[in-house]
Design a protein around this ligand. Structure first.
Ligand SMILES: Nc1ncnc2c1ncn2[C@@H]1O[C@H](COP(=O)(O)OP(=O)(O)OP(=O)(O)O)[C@@H](O)[C@H]1O
Length: 264
């Protein structure tokens, strides 16, 4: 589904602040892969997502999606196939618009409905979809999204993203700003949607427990490189101490990440 070949990214080239943030990444993401992405602060995880989504261009190397070279394709053209969710639960929805208006805008991307205003059929469809979140939001379709809690907004963002029918889902610490109960709820929804809609997904997380529990494959980044890439039985038998030991033996240093320590 996604192939990255010899991908590099250097910021501020030919200046005193030049910094190579991605150092020759090669990876093939299979259709249906659910990859959890971990790594210490500044490892290059978000930069990698920015490269895949087209938010930034690589310094060298290529990016293929479904075998098509999209390296120079602008972000807005890639957005048709890529759904991305960020850490901030307020970022994925428009506060001063109703739930149904928010849903209509995102879903038009997936369904290409020719009408601009909501009709009865669309309202019924959105209400049915929101019901599956099991949060009682189906009775609040005409309320502004600003009245929802952070967890409810992130769940709605996830639903809207999935309804826009992407092939690829990029989750950038999308539960990090939620309390543990809401984070658990959003993770359960995430897993359900990924399986039901057969999405190819990459999820950055600082929660090593989540990285091990979710997905079929785990990659660890450090210093702009993928240093661990495990799947199958190796992934299933992972534990947090094993992961930290693997990092130590590959890098010959201690894994340093305050957020990880808080979530282990
Ligand atoms: N536009 C930019 N210009 C210059 N440097 C940048 C830019 N974007 C990111 N960086 C640097 O690249 C490095 C990697 O950043 P990135 O956000 O990809 O790390 P990360 O692994 O996602 O970290 P974290 O877990 O802390 O979010 C950091 O040192 C960051 O300061």
């Amino acid at each position: 589904m996604i192939t990255l070949k010899c991908l590099t990214k250097t910021f501020n080239r030919d200046s005193a602040s030049e910094k190579q943030v991605i150092k020759s990444i090669d990876i093939h993401v299979n259709p249906g892969d659910f990859i959890t992405v971990i790594g210490s602060n500044g490892a290059g995880k978000t930069t990698l997502f920015n490269l895949i989504s087209g938010a930034i261009s690589p310094t060298s190397g290529s990016i293929l999606i479904r075998g098509n070279d999209v390296t120079t394709l602008p972000e807005y053209l890639r957005a048709k196939n890529i759904g991305r969710i960020f850490q901030d639960p307020l970022a994925g929805t428009a506060s001063n618009m109703t739930l149904e208006d928010n849903m209509m805008i995102t879903c038009k991307k997936g369904f290409k409905w020719p009408v601009i205003s909501l009709n009865k059929k669309m309202r019924q469809f959105f209400q049915k979809e929101v019901t599956c979140l099991d949060m009682g939001l189906e009775s609040r379709m005409k309320e502004n999204v600003s009245t929802l809690s952070g967890g409810q907004r992130q769940a709605l963002t996830l639903l809207m993203t999935v309804l826009s029918r992407p092939d690829i889902l990029l989750l950038d610490e999308h539960t990090a700003a939620l309390d543990p109960r809401n984070a658990t709820m959003v993770m359960a929804l995430t897993r359900r949607f990924i399986i039901e809609k057969k999405l190819t997904s990459l999820m950055i997380t600082h929660n090593m427990g989540h990285a091990i529990e979710f997905g079929n494959r785990l990659i660890m980044m450090d210093g702009g490189e993928i240093i661990i890439d495990v799947q199958g039985d190796t992934k299933k038998s992972l534990t947090i101490p094993k992961l930290i030991d693997m990092f130590g033996s590959i890098r010959n240093k201690t894994f340093e990440n305050d957020e990880v320590l808080l979530t282990t």
